[in-house]
Structures are given as structure tokens and as C-alpha cells.
Design a protein around this ligand. Structure first.
Ligand code: PNS
Length: 169
């Protein structure tokens, strides 16, 4: 069946940018800037139940995001648990934002987007590209750098840099 544009409206769109944010990087902030310029409201949703063993607690991850995004009026930080689509529905969101840095991200993101569409066909996943200088940046690499005393200042907001220095003192 062809795509039906019959439901198109011009009302402000609420988008959700979900993730682990362990910790938030300048790449995430670049995407938040771009998405907040497009969507009426952007909820940055920190996943509560991570299969990965996070370096930062949920509270710390939220605090770091709140500090880093305070200047955006239409950006809100929240925590979600369970299925992303249930959370998105409860928030009245119609868009999920995910960042794609390189082709290698695409396969996983495609699977997730398709599964989410199967669960909730009315919610669209929108892939966005971060600025080129962040195309190799990830929370995992930043943590590895910090663990071995490498330079992380250029990759994360100042409050995250401070917290990471304390973690690995
Ligand atoms: O930053 P991450 O770790 O790539 O984020 C992945 C996340 C948290 C967005 C994803 O794992 C997720 O949506 N988890 C919630 C559970 C869910 O809805 N899973 C079904 C997606 S197919």
C-alpha cells in the first residue's frame, strides 16, 4: 500500500531523542541543536534500563544533560523505562530522532527504526547527521580516553569533562 499522507498536519511536532547518554558528548549536543531548530519540542530521553553497565548513574546522566542544554527553551530532559514506543505515545510525540555518524551506524539504526514502526506505525524515525567533526565521536571512546588519562576536553561539554575527571581520579 502506498504511503498515505492523509494525516499530515501543520501542528508543532514533539520529537524524542532517546539514548544512553553515558555521558552526553558534543556530538549529541550538535544533534540536539539541529533537532531543536526543526521540532516544536524536543524531549531528550535517557534510557533507564541499560543492558550496558553505565559509568554514570541515571541521575548523573540527566544532570549533565540538563546543565548542557539549559539554554534551549524547547528542550526537555526526561527518563524513560520500557518500550520507547509506549513512552513516545504517552508523550504525544510523533517523531523519534536518531543520529547517524557513519554507514556502520545504519544497520542497527535501521533495524530499530523498522521494529519501532512495526510497533507504532504513526511514529516516524528521523535520522539526522551530526557535524563532520563529530562523525567519529562516541560516548564509549570518550570514556576510554578518560580512563587512560587522554584528552577529552574537546569532545564533551565542560560539566561532563569535570565529572569524568573526578570519576577517573
Ligand atoms: O544510545 P543508545 O544506547 O544507542 O540508545 C538505544 C536506545 C536506548 C534508544 C534503545 O535501546 C531503546 O529504544 N531502548 C528501549 C527499549 C525499546 O523500545 N526497544 C525496542 C527498540 S527495537
Amino acid at each position: 500500500m502506498p504511503f498515505d499522507a492523509g494525516n499530515a498536519t501543520s501542528k508543532p511536532v514533539t520529537a524524542i531523542y532517546p539514548g544512553s547518554f553515558d555521558p552526553v558528548t558534543n556530538g549529541h549536543l550538535d544533534l540536539i541543536t539541529r533537532a531543536s531548530n526543526i521540532f516544536g519540542k524536543l524531549i531528550v530521553a535517557v534510557a533507564h534500563n541499560l543492558e550496558k553497565d553505565p559509568l554514570f548513574t541515571e541521575k548523573e546522566r540527566v544532570e549533565m544533560l540538563e546543565t548542557a542544554t539549559f539554554k534551549w527553551d524547547n528542550v526537555q530532559i526526561d527518563v524513560f523505562d520500557g518500550l520507547l514506543m509506549d513512552y513516545a505515545r504517552a508523550k504525544g510525540a510523533s517523531v523519534i530522532v536518531r543520529g547517524i555518524r557513519a554507514v556502520s551506524d545504519y544497520e542497527y539504526e535501521l533495524q530499530m527504526a523498522m521494529m519501532n514502526r512495526k510497533i507504532e506505525p504513526d511514529i516516524e524515525t528521523v535520522f539526522m547527521l551530526p557535524a563532520e567533526q563529530y562523525s567519529y565521536l562516541s560516548s564509549r571512546l570518550v570514556k576510554e580516553l578518560a580512563r587512560f588519562g587522554g584528552p577529552t576536553k574537546d569532545f564533551v561539554p565542560p560539566n561532563v569533562h569535570e565529572r569524568m575527571s573526578t570519576k577517573f581520579k
